[in-house]
Ligand binder design. Structure first.
Ligand code: AMP
Ligand code: ZN
Length: 464
């Protein structure tokens, strides 16, 4: 049984999808006016862990993530850069996809861009006005009337009557009836360039929150399973999404709300506005490996703050090297008999799964893995692991890496290919075809593989 902490009910709950063995998942994506920082990437890594675990558990996941390519920041920055909004945002959208690939984050099935859904957003806003949940103002803007939606505040656990203008309730200078009302449509203002669309309320552009309501429903239906984002999205973004969606469709919207805590630097939230951020490129330029960065972002429980340090990356690299070393040694075993490891391997896999099923307890799951890893190293050192057991160990390893995604990230040639080259070389030597044997050795050398002749046969090692 899988349990997740559901923000809206503030407790751990058994996860039951609406449709058997299918999960509909929506995750809030990037605002593409700059490179993602590793705090953003922590959010995407948490969502990758969630997605991978659901798939590992046999669910067919439909994952949608939006790309915010229109808002105050994208408009302002594109104007400053002198590029069109489209060209400017496309550059950062591609950079975002590159980051996902570098970190081996599984791609969502759809990445709708806000600018592709303006018509649908206008349609939803019309429905909200028709149903009395929204009103237009003289400046051509449209606002959601918070007082009309009685369940407002349930996700963020706030009383809407207590909402005053302050850091969390923006007063964005539009003509709204009440300060807590939020913009669905922003009427065109001077100095905003030419980025606006026609609407029944004049030219303008959509507010931020409406895009996620419209695009999630477009792909996943009006009621779906899981919605994610960082904790800063809980209020007002997700609270407003609930209000818009439930008011427009009359349906329940989302069953499970999952939010990741922040990544911090020196105890402060990493953010673009604080200018205390690292991008992925910054870390790669400092010589850190993608797999160590991935592992570091992965292994702190998603509901705990993660204080980012370079020492953490070093520790991750060490842990990964140990996993790689085991993988390599398992691939080199040729003993015919040894201890039966199937019981301890099955137990490890079971425990690994159980820890993750407990609200994605990744550190608990890794604890189980390393107990098993240490036992295997001990057996290998004592020459008590047979080739058959080693193969079952490799299989278990692949299973674990479906979640970790670090070994598959390392661009290593497949061990089977190397084994075949070694067999071919042996044959070439037996045939006294020295030219071919040398050619194969050179090929292996090019793959950074060195051969060692041992009493158990030829084994290979990766050059360090
Ligand atoms: P944005 O591009 O600002 O819309 O943010 C994209 C995602 O990153 C959202 O889910 C945010 O909640 C999340 N996020 C932003 N800053 C951090 C941080 N320092 N740590 C973790 N997640 C963050
Ligand atoms: Zn969103």
């Amino acid at each position: 049984m899988i349990h997740f902490y559901n923000t809206i009910n503030r407790k751990l709950e058994i996860f039951t999808p609406l449709e058997d063995k299918k999960v509909k998942l929506y995750t809030c994506g990037p605002t593409v006016y700059n490179f993602a920082h590793i705090g953003n990437l922590r959010a995407y890594m948490f969502e990758d862990l969630l997605r991978r675990f659901l798939e590992f558990s046999g669910y067919d996941v439909h994952h949608v993530m939006n790309i915010t390519d229109i808002d105050d920041k994208t408009i302002r920055r594109s104007m400053e850069s002198g590029e069109t909004l489209e060209i400017f945002t496309e550059k950062y959208t591609q950079a975002f996809f590159n980051d996902l690939d570098t970190l081996n984050i599984r791609r969502a099935h759809n990445y709708p861009r806000a600018t592709e859904f303006i018509t649908q957003m206008i349609d939803t806003i019309k429905v909200l006005i028709d149903k009395g949940f929204a009103y237009s103002s003289d400046d051509g803007s449209v606002f959601f009337k918070v007082s009309k939606f009685l369940a407002y505040g349930k996700l963020a656990n706030i009383n809407p009557d207590d909402m005053r203008v302050g850091s969390r309730v923006e007063n964005d200078e539009y003509e709204k009836e009440e300060v807590r009302d939020f913009a669905l449509w922003k009427g065109k203002k001077d100095g905003e360039g030419d980025i606006h669309w026609d609407s029944p309320w004049g030219r303008g552009r959509p507010g931020w929150h409406i895009e996620c309501s419209v695009m999630s429903t477009h792909y996943l239906g009006s009621h779906f399973d899981i919605h994610c984002g960082g904790v800063d999205n809980i209020f007002p973004h997700h609270e407003n999404e609930i209000a818009q969606s439930c008011a427009a469709t009359g349906d329940a919207f989302v069953n499970y709300w999952l939010h990741n805590e922040h990544l911090l630097v020196d105890g402060q939230k990493m953010s673009k506005s604080e200018n205390n951020f690292y991008t992925l490129r910054d870390l790669l330029d400092k010589g850190m490996s993608p797999e160590a960065i991935r592992y570091t972002l992965l292994i702190t429980h998603y509901r705990q703050k993660l204080n980012f340090t370079f020492d953490k990356i070093k520790a991750s690299q060490k842990a990964i090297n140990r996993l790689r070393e085991l993988n390599r040694r398992l691939n080199n075993i040729s003993l015919e008999s040894g201890e039966d490891i199937s019981k301890m391997t099955n137990l490890m896999l079971q425990n690994f799964n159980d820890r993750l099923a407990d609200d994605l307890n990744i550190s608990g799951a890794l604890g189980e893995v390393f107990i098993w890893v240490n036992k295997l190293f001990a057996l290998i050192d004592k020459q008590k692991l047979s080739a058959e057991s080693a193969q079952s160990g490799i299989k278990a390893f692949k299973k674990i890496d479906e979640i970790l995604g670090v070994i598959e990230l390392i661009d290593e040639p497949l061990s089977e290919d190397i084994d075949q080259l070694i067999v071919d070389r042996k044959q070439a030597r037996a045939d006294k075809n020295w030219a071919l044997a040398d050619e194969i050795r050179d090929k292996l050398d090019g793959l950074n593989i060195i051969l060692e002749d041992t009493p158990q046969g030829t084994i290979w090692k990766k050059k360090t």
